[in-house]
Design a protein around this ligand. Structure first.
Ligand code: NDP
Length: 480
């Protein structure tokens, strides 16, 4: 049992609210500990600590901030096996994914921003003949970072690393569904000597703790990753207060397979894009569109590969598909499979829970599911399911597939499989999404802008975009 505590002003403490929530392991359905359900009083304590720490942290210099972040990264890397184990237990994802993607990426996020800040520079303009203008980027103050459950430490560090590197102090709220690695991370920050109050981690339900944080008058900016509905709610709350807001929201991403693709690569990449992390990555390609001339052959190969994926105990190194994150989410995914059938969908693979035995008999496992025969504009093809469920449909022409691809309210990511370079550019330019991958999926360079169009978000993370978000530019004009 792991009873989680808040990290406020450099200390691990219980919530003043004295309220707790059970933490459930999705692979077993069993309680593995408790989580504070922090109140506005706890949020206030965290914000006060962050305010008190801000002047020193903001002015200690990029070099000093960089050193501490690098130390945290080193300690996290040393503890990678324990963190990966905890992430897998808490989220239901495979230990393999947690060990090779989630925790290494969290280390990378910290190192990336710890070193990026050393290369940040301001601008200067000589206004002939009488003035010199120069700009200064100043950290905003206390900021809120709110992250979801699908890639817990990966997305948590993706926000706090640039905020801290830029000189802000932070109150962060991980998802109540997956709080474990953020709690362990607090212990590492203490060990690394991060000054008290610079980072505060507060646990609790989104509508309770998260909302109190967003509404706090001394929070200067909110960086949020999560669902589109929650993003809308947060935007409505902070807009009248003119707080800076970054929103990374949902997606319903097209995965387009042209007849001139490398078929083996397209099949392999599409299976990864469909079922990695049980389909619970905002970037997963959940709508597969295949040119009619290769539809049957692609479908046959894709189904064979998807059917070979082993669903089971996430800690087993041979398993590729673990549990989905919670009982509520499990029922939501199953309800979408029902809806797809009501809409006329034909289940080609899966379409049902997977019943395991022994310790895992009460876990939340769903078979990789492939559905065909659905129109592009039905609910199953328009709404985010966020599970191991994809649809597959044929198309005849580029213009037709672009209509399908751009038909949803989302615009986060897209994947195109083609060996024709001209076509790759042409289609990429016409897709309305923040990221387009050609002949790959989830290949990331942290220097590139990351974010969505339409209802997939506002603003961009990544590279210097994130540093810009957590700072405000000031121009100083000197008459010569
Ligand atoms: P939610 O929107 O439910 O929650 C995200 C975070 O916000 C959680 O920490 C949650 O806390 C908190 N929260 C919930 N309600 C409020 C509120 N009223 N005020 C403040 N905070 C609140 O999303 P999920 O956790 O379910 O994550 C899945 C979603 O995230 C999917 O839609 C997915 O596409 C999206 N996502 C987007 C990414 C991107 O980069 N664009 C990346 C990854 C995921 P709690 O969980 O404790 O309720």
């Amino acid at each position: 049992m792991q009873d989680i505590l808040n990290y406020i002003n450099g200390q691990l403490i219980q919530p003043k609210s004295n309220l707790y929530i059970d933490n459930i392991a999705p692979a077993t359905g069993k309680k593995i500990g408790s989580i504070p359900n922090s109140s506005a009083i706890d949020v206030n304590l965290a914000v006060e600590a962050a305010q008190a720490a801000f002047p020193t942290w903001a002015s200690c210099g990029a070099d000093q901030r960089s050193k501490i972040l690098l130390k945290i990264a080193d300690l996290l890397e040393k503890a990678l096996p324990e963190f990966a184990q905890a992430e897998s237990l808490d989220n239901g994802k495979t230990l393999k994914l947690a060990s090779t993607v989630d925790i290494p990426r969290a280390v990378h996020n910290l190192r990336f921003y710890a070193t990026a800040i050393l290369h940040a520079h301001d601008e200067a303009y000589y206004t002939e003949p009488h003035a010199l203008n120069y700009t200064r980027r100043e950290p905003l103050g206390v900021v809120a970072c709110i992250s979801p459950w699908n890639l817990p430490l990966y997305l948590f560090t993706w926000k706090i690393a640039p905020a801290l590197a830029a000189g802000c102090t932070v109150v962060a709220k991980p998802s109540e569904v997956t709080p474990l690695t953020a709690f362990m991370f607090a212990k590492i920050c203490i060990e690394a000597g991060l000054p008290a109050g610079v980072l505060n981690i507060i646990h609790g339900e989104g509508a309770h703790t998260g909302q109190a944080l967003v509404e706090h008058p001394d929070i200067e900016a909110v960086s949020f990753t999560g669902g589109t509905h929650t993003g809308q709610r947060i935007a409505a709350l902070v807009a009248p207060k003119f707080k800076k807001l970054s929103l990374e929201l949902g997606g319903k991403n097209p995965n387009i397979v042209f007849e001139d693709c490398d078929l083996e690569k397209a099949v392999k990449g599409s299976v990864l894009a469909s079922f990695s992390n049980q389909g619970q990555i905002c970037l997963c390609g959940s709508r597969i569109m295949v040119h009619q001339s290769i539809y049957e052959v692609f479908k046959e190969k894709f189904l064979a590969k998807a059917a070979a994926l082993q669903v089971g105990n996430p800690q087993d190194p041979h398993v590729q598909v673990g549990a989905v994150v919670s009982e509520g989410h499990y029922h939501k995914i199953l309800s979408y499979i029902d809806l797809a059938q009501k809409e006329g969908g034909k289940i080609l693979l899966g379409g049902m829970p997977v019943q395991l035995e022994g310790d895992y008999s009460k876990g939340f496992f769903i078979a990789p599911t492939v559905i065909e025969n659905l129109p592009y504009d039905c609910r199953t093809n328009q709404e985010e399911i966020f599970g191991p469920v994809v649809t597959i449909m044929p198309f005849e022409s580029e213009s037709e597939v672009l209509k399908y691809a751009n038909s949803t309210k989302y615009g986060l990511a897209a994947t195109i499989w083609t060996e024709n370079l001209t076509r790759a550019h042409r289609v990429a330019h016409q897709i309305k999404s923040g990221i387009v991958w050609v002949n790959c999926w989830l290949l990331r360079d942290l220097r590139t802008p990351f974010g969505g169009m339409k209802e997939s978000g506002v603003g961009r993370e990544g590279g210097f975009e994130a540093i810009r978000f957590f700072t405000e530019e000031k121009n100083i004009c000197i008459k010569l």
